[in-house]
Design a binder for this molecule. Sequence first.
Ligand code: ADP
Length: 541
Amino acid sequence: MLGLMMAEPLRVATIIEHAAKWHSDTEIVSRRPEGGMHRYTYADANHRSKQLAQALLKLGVENGDRVGTLAWNTHRHFELYYGVAGIGAVCHTINPRLFPEQLVFIINHAEDRLLFFDLTFLPLVERLAPVCPTVEKWVLMAGPEHLPAASDLPGLCSYEDLLAAELGDYQWPSFDENTACSLCYTSGTTDQPKGVLYSHRSTVLHAFGISLPDALSCSASDVIMPVVPMFHVNAWGLPYAAPLNGAKLVLPGAGMDSASLFELFETEGVTFSAGVPTIWLALLQFMREGQRRFTTLNRTVVGGAACPPALMKAFEEELNVTIMHAWGMTETSPLGTTARLKGKHAGLSPAESLGIRAKQGRAVFGVDMKIVGDDGHALPHDGVAFGDLLVHGPWVVRDYFRTATPGELTADGWFRTGDVATIDPDGYMHITDRSKDVIKSGGEWISSIELENLAVAHPAVAEAAVIGVPSAKWSERPLLVVVRRPGMEVSADEMLNFFRGRVAKFWEPDAVEFVNQLPHTATGKILKTQLRKDFAGYSVA
Ligand code: ADP
């Protein structure tokens, strides 16, 4: 027997429609890449998204067509999320920090028909256009006054001109909730980029999921500033969750440096933010240097790479900001787990509670998970046994976009994350490593993440990475690569001594190398594939 409730398909445009109706005067504030601030309301954003939808239809954009973006976190990028998806087309956010060859691969693979870009990226797109033949029209996300005097970009026009020609008297259409709405390629940290094609259904469910109190906890009383870019897994869903909840949204544009971020946190009264560890490590240094304090910021989500407990501790003790550790991937929309305490943890000491909150956390409803051994059998949740992490749920990828090779699914339909983890009896998952980063020494596994977390707890360390280097006796041994804090000194011996007694003897790194900077991926994570190349042939004494 079927239920008798309304069969309303879940659609992304209903989120902005809801915000425009019930939070009509709540603001979206953004820093324009071409200069100056922009400020308007959800009602205005819905209207302009509809103007954009009409412009796209006039240009012949059809259901399922890909519309690419090379853009920062701005109000226009926000309008593209809704305007493109709202007509049944696919908003393909592209990470401009990728190498040009990767960008060309991604644009051609997706066959983007239109490409919207910020002024910052004009020189970049002029190089890309000749080798991206599917793009019929390049749209500069600014007013016509910023168009170059001469350009060979096909169909070049300004975003504001496109919108100005439309009235915005448009009704968002209804269609199957399984229709694709956005496309995001994995950043190719370990492989060629692969496209993850989200649906309206998966996106709306994910926006509900991340809003929950034990997930990211979003509310109409919040001022949310995603520092994670809108081209990095849809800014982790916050451009959907903010209007869904009626929170004010602050978009930092191209100003991702600590000083610019701090200025916006303060002037706009931001309460809640999100970003990868690198951003917060830099911001911590900036706050310490100027003995600065946040007035309104009370929490931030840190994910995308392991958050060092030392960073969590410093933010809480020195800056009064709670770090919520979360795990996810492009393939999981991205939220999978968050490390929030349970009622039973109420009496724990700060150190004990940090021990739990530094794990990657519990499954959010919507994402089931398990760990399996080499034989594919499930391992116990005892916090000790570690194995391949598998996930399952309505916002987890089934197949990659347009690949002949099958996705990463097991025979019984679970997605192989490529991460190695433990799960404790309370359900807290803890990533020991990416399977490709695990160090295998004398048949035993060493967690590079644990060693990195420890290294950054040293006062003279700004950033650290651990990789395996070949060893005749042990097959691999850990090498620690350290970036010192400006003006701070620490010797190799002091650094190695720091591990003594803090980890098992055989986990202690065999050597330390000091570098001026570490290589990072386009999403701000440490690029271990490059580091392994940099130290190829390295031998420990
Ligand atoms: P890419 O695969 O290109 O790096 P993703 O952003 O999809 O792009 O990366 C997902 C991966 O990032 C996860 O599989 C995991 O290895 C790592 N990751 C994400 N969040 C965390 C976290 N909190 N702790 C440890 N690793 C994390």
